[in-house]
Design a protein. Sequence first.
Lengths: 254, 254
Amino acid sequence: MATALIKKLEGFVHLSAEERDALTKAASERVRRIRAREDIIREGDSPRDVNLVLEGWACRYKTLEDGRRQIIAFFIPGDMCDLDISMLHEMDHSIGALTALTFAEISRSTIDRLMATYPRIHQALAWQALVSAAVQREWTVNIGQRNATERLAHLFCELFLRLRAVGRTHGDICEMPVTQTELAEATGLTPVHVNRTLQDLRASGLIVLKGRELRIPDLAELQRVSLFHPNYLHLDHEGAQFDANGGEIKPVVE
Amino acid sequence: MATALIKKLEGFVHLSAEERDALTKAASERVRRIRAREDIIREGDSPRDVNLVLEGWACRYKTLEDGRRQIIAFFIPGDMCDLDISMLHEMDHSIGALTALTFAEISRSTIDRLMATYPRIHQALAWQALVSAAVQREWTVNIGQRNATERLAHLFCELFLRLRAVGRTHGDICEMPVTQTELAEATGLTPVHVNRTLQDLRASGLIVLKGRELRIPDLAELQRVSLFHPNYLHLDHEGAQFDANGGEIKPVVE
DNA sequence: TACAGAAACTTACCTTTGTAAAAGCGCCGT
DNA sequence: ACGGCGCTTTTACAAAGGTAAGTTTCTGTA
């Protein structure tokens, strides 16, 4: 099911039943399942389909010759990997599963048809692409300017809000199915230092992280500590309303 | 003149005289000049036009409350700032001039008309947007995984190749009109450490940097040292041909 | 329930990078 | 030619984060 995608897009435009059906159908054409650590596509491959995450988490990453790996983006349910990357001859990065993953392969032609038929879907997908770019920019800032504590706290704020936008939070709790090594690869730190920093964050009561579950007792405080401003997620559209701190005022009901 | 843009796009598709004229005309409608350190647009503003750099350098940046600043991207002649950012309500970052700057403000409608009338221009601009995204990803890797020497060397490789793609190099020399403080803001280092690292790079003969001019005596070696792979710049299209090291084999003649 | 392989966590030590505070240099305008 | 301002360079010191090499705790599975 493409419920996560639909929920996310409806934060931007309201979709008709027909539009929702069209999206659901496109996302059901070819569904694939892979295990954690397997790749969807690798650097050097030529890109083909658009991939939509249905269940589980994935990431975009690049590897240097000597083995260093940087996770460039996290994909959660409802995220699409590169709408129009098919224009490029070959992938300049890889996409891999972080957990057991269910995703839909949507052909370029299906996407094109969808966007041509339903202008609002076109608009919503274009908006999503812009938001992805904004997230990428914020990651550059995060890694470039923030210290270890701020970096991790910022990442948690972002993921929590993104998960909430696709209906994947329960109160102040969200899933966090990534290892400390993966957090390190995403933040440009070492696993050891991530561990140290998580201890600090736990000790100060800012996060409760255990197993694959994260609880944020005081989101506003975590945002303050990490200099987090949700503006770059551009959640402030007609569908959903958020206040300046990213606190949800009026949930999406349709 | 939009010669830099045209040169760059012709690395991807060949443009007819009519298409080149249309681009030149669009870039001449409204030309503005500002001084170094002035902003084109600021975080929080609502985006309007597409800005095309004609002469001089600019940058995209974000500032944290406490003053820390991260430069997120450099804009050189021929670069456009965010083709379709007008879709977002407000800017999540600022764009400012690094040097005295001449740029063209192109209205959304002009861009739309251009892309509707000339499919090849549409394609070329979309390709450029993808390349910008790829550059942004590589910056994340650069700051996240490379040490100070590698970071600066990598940045120089990238800028040199991008400048070459718009005809702004002379042999192994290119302009480099940024201060060490700006290099620091772009690489997530401090000005002091940038200075140290530049001394090292100079001492090892990898770069000759003086005033506003950079010479790279051995590009292949600088690429090796910085683990630079030009694939993410996607220069390998019909128009121009480059080898695996980014060395130009067949210059664009048209 | 027991085992194996991953993760998580520790510790001690080391390196890179950041801070603070100046001093020197060079370009520009008057 | 002079003064000033912005940029570069230097120094001494401090701190954040990295390295290496474990041990402990989970978790999934036989």
